[in-house]
Design a protein around this ligand. Structure first.
Ligand code: WTA
Length: 648
């Protein structure tokens, strides 16, 4: 009898725990609690689900005017103790990271929690041997191989701040990021596999380091066995160092608000912004959202196809899943190699239960024959996820019918590098999924729509600029080295609110649909691109006088880039010049930022104060030149006609 009672109490308290949201009522309750008593709400989540070396003095302390945001201040912890050590006793033999290599003929690698622990500890000791200490920044420019996740965790173990740079960025882009936060060390690989291609990563690092005086050490992982040049005294192969390192590296005790990582994201203008994420709040929020938004159950196999070079990979390949003791698949390759069935082959092979990808991949695969899907058994799938850009209805339907067999909820998760974790999403099987809507805010998240005058719109069925009124634990705390820019970018447009840069529509039931960026960031194939660095690259061409980039709709990429370029006097051959301009962009920014269309014009429409009117150029690029509105106040209205005539 006593035992039954005990089980009942346990059962009830599990039902009540806000960490596992299990029903619509439960979600609504949790949401309500998080609004009415945010401190109590987050204290319970933090207290019951994580390991702390010292408890906090304060749950949240915030002031959006400064802006200053602190969560769990006074607490001490180490995120790797939460992601690894605490699972060793009960889940030591469970697969933590399931590595699926680029080549399907090569064997997948099941890295258990015990093995992960050993590899992270060894790597951490190698970092220490190279003088890396708490607070030092380490740049990680490594492809999607286990060492990427391992080196990230190794930094976290000793309190070094990792700055992962997506291993598709060019040498110039890499150098900018290394210098911006003064990375003493770069971790890289000899090269990477990408489908049928290999990429010479080490060569790119060598090129970048020519302009990075602060970097003294480069650790190189051997992946493709290519011939690389090793600079004496600076470069070392990491494997021999790992072989002789101790598998025990005690954790560094970290303050809640110590930085965990920097991750760069594009801004509307200027250089990339190094978003700084701190330790405790990020851990709590990424773990809590992972658990609920994917409804992860103990023996599930979860796969997020993102690269760890982006925030999605940080929060939902590494930290969120591992904090929950999950099995997280890490895929090295691309969806089209060796053919367009690769994703589905992997789902069948590893019996994937949760699959999380980007609309651009869905659109690309939906264009291919259904044969690529139908060959495989996808019955293990329970939940599908989408992230990175709005998912159009056609892509949503294909995902739902062909992949989910109309049997898997699709969570359209809205969030940003800056937010650290998902802020708006359905909960599968719990709240309703609606095509093209991210739907409802997660507990703790208070969205608001603002009109152009900065006033909150309280009615439903309207569009507005999306802001968040109250802090959530994983929000970025600053931009590395530039707190003023942080304040100006996110906290100035709407007083006392975090401004997301996105527009949104709210329906009569409070569901949010994200309508896209309202600034000069363009999302191409799910990658955020600021127009300024691309224009800067173009303007370096000796024949270019001026340029302006806008986005236009593209079937697969979501948006593609359209460049309007005015030239200086001189002779040129148009196609050759276009190729040179794209090569320059690839070199300075990266191949992702190449222009789909280039139009040479004699002038660009400008305001009287000399600002290029991108709004007009955007309309022309989108074939909407009949909707330009009044252009008579422009400095040079006559050039508009010419631009329209030459439009591609
Ligand atoms: C866009 C990616 C619509 C949005 C996690 C945001 C989305 C930017 C969605 C952040 C979604 C992301 N629906 N738009 N589900 N998810 N976005 O920093 O414009 O790479 O501001 O973070 O992507 O991109 P980031």
């Amino acid at each position: 009898m006593g035992r039954i009672l005990l089980n009942l109490v346990e059962f009830l308290s599990e039902q009540m725990s806000h960490y596992n949201l299990t029903s619509k009522e439960h979600y609504l309750n949790a949401y309500q609690d998080s609004m009415e008593h945010p401190e109590k709400f987050w204290e319970e989540i933090a207290e019951e689900n994580f390991v702390w070396r010292k408890k906090w003095e304060n749950i949240v302390d915030w002031d959006f005017t400064k802006p200053e945001i602190k969560w769990f201040e006074g607490a001490k912890l180490n995120i790797t103790e939460n992601c690894i050590d605490r699972h060793l006793e009960t889940k030591g033999d469970k697969t933590a990271i399931l590595f699926e290599p680029n080549n399907p003929e090569d064997e997948a690698e099941h890295i258990t929690y015990t093995q992960l622990s050993e590899r992270v500890n060894k790597f951490a000791n190698v970092l220490k041997d190279h003088g890396i200490k708490k607070g030092d920044r380490v740049c990680i420019y490594v492809p999607m191989i286990p060492e990427l996740a391992i080196s990230v965790l190794a930094c976290a173990r000793i309190g070094a701040v990792h700055s992962v740079v997506f291993a598709g960025f060019s040498a110039t882009a890499l150098a900018t990021r290394i210098n911006d936060c003064d990375c003493k060390m770069v971790i890289t690989a000899d090269g990477s596999y990408r489908g049928a291609k290999t990429i010479d990563l080490k060569g790119i690092v060598d090129e970048a380091l020519k302009s990075c005086p602060i970097t003294t050490d480069v650790l190189v992982v051997k992946r493709i066995n290519s011939e690389v040049e090793m600079t004496e005294g600076r470069d070392k192969w990491v494997q021999p160092l790992l072989d002789s390192a101790s598998p025990i590296c005690p954790i560094e005790i970290i303050d809640a608000e110590d930085p965990l990582f920097i991750l760069y994201t594009s801004g509307s203008t200027g250089s990339p912004k190094g978003m700084v994420h701190t330790t405790a709040g990020y851990m709590v929020y990424s773990a809590y959202t992972f658990k609920n938004i994917f409804q992860y159950q103990e023996n599930d196999v979860y796969w997020c196809t993102a690269d760890i070079g982006w925030i999605t990979g940080h929060s939902y390949i590494v930290y969120g899943p591992l904090a929950n003791g999950a099995t997280s698949v890490m895929f090295e390759g691309v969806p089209s190699y060796p053919d367009c069935g690769r994703f589905w082959e992997i789902v069948e092979k590893h019996k994937v239960n949760q699959f999380y990808t980007a609309p651009t991949a869905i659109r690309a695969l939906a264009k291919e024959s259904d044969e690529f899907v139908n060959k495989y058994d996808l019955s293990s799938l329970k939940t599908l996820g989408s992230v990175g850009e709005p998912i159009n209805e056609e892509a949503w339907n294909w995902y739902n019918e062909k992949i989910g067999k109309e049997n898997c909820p699709i969570v359209d998760t809205w969030w940003q590098t800056e937010t650290g974790g998902i802020l708006i999403s359905a909960l599968p099987g719990i709240t309703k999924c609606i095509p093209t809507f991210a739907t409802l805010p997660f507990p703790g998240v208070q969205p608001a729509l603002m009109d152009e005058d900065g006033k909150e719109i309280t009615e439903n069925n309207t569009n507005g600029r999306l802001c968040i009124k109250f802090p959530w634990p994983s929000m970025a705390r600053t931009i590395w080295g530039n707190h003023t820019r942080y304040k100006e970018t996110y906290f100035t447009a709407f007083a006392n609110n975090y401004f997301t840069g996105d527009g949104a529509f709210r329906d009569e039931n409070g569901n949010y649909r994200i309508t896209g960026r309202v600034d000069d960031v363009i999302i191409v194939s799910g990658h955020n691109l600021g127009t300024a660095p691309i224009e800067d690259a173009i303007n370096e061409h000796p024949l270019v006088a001026e340029s302006a980039i806008v986005g236009f709709p593209h079937d697969i990429k979501g948006n593609a880039l359209y460049g309007y370029i005015t030239l200086k006097a001189g002779n040129y051959e148009a196609d050759e010049l276009k190729a040179e301009i794209n090569a320059l962009i690839a070199e300075k920014v990266g191949p992702i930022a190449k222009l789909n269309k280039i139009q040479f014009t004699n002038g660009l429409p400008k305001t009287r104060s000399g600002k290029i009117m991108r709004r007009i150029l955007r309309k022309i690029a989108c074939n909407e030149s009949d909707q330009l509105g009044d252009i008579s106040t422009l400095l040079n209205p006559e050039c508009v006609e010419e631009v329209i005539e030459g439009a591609l």
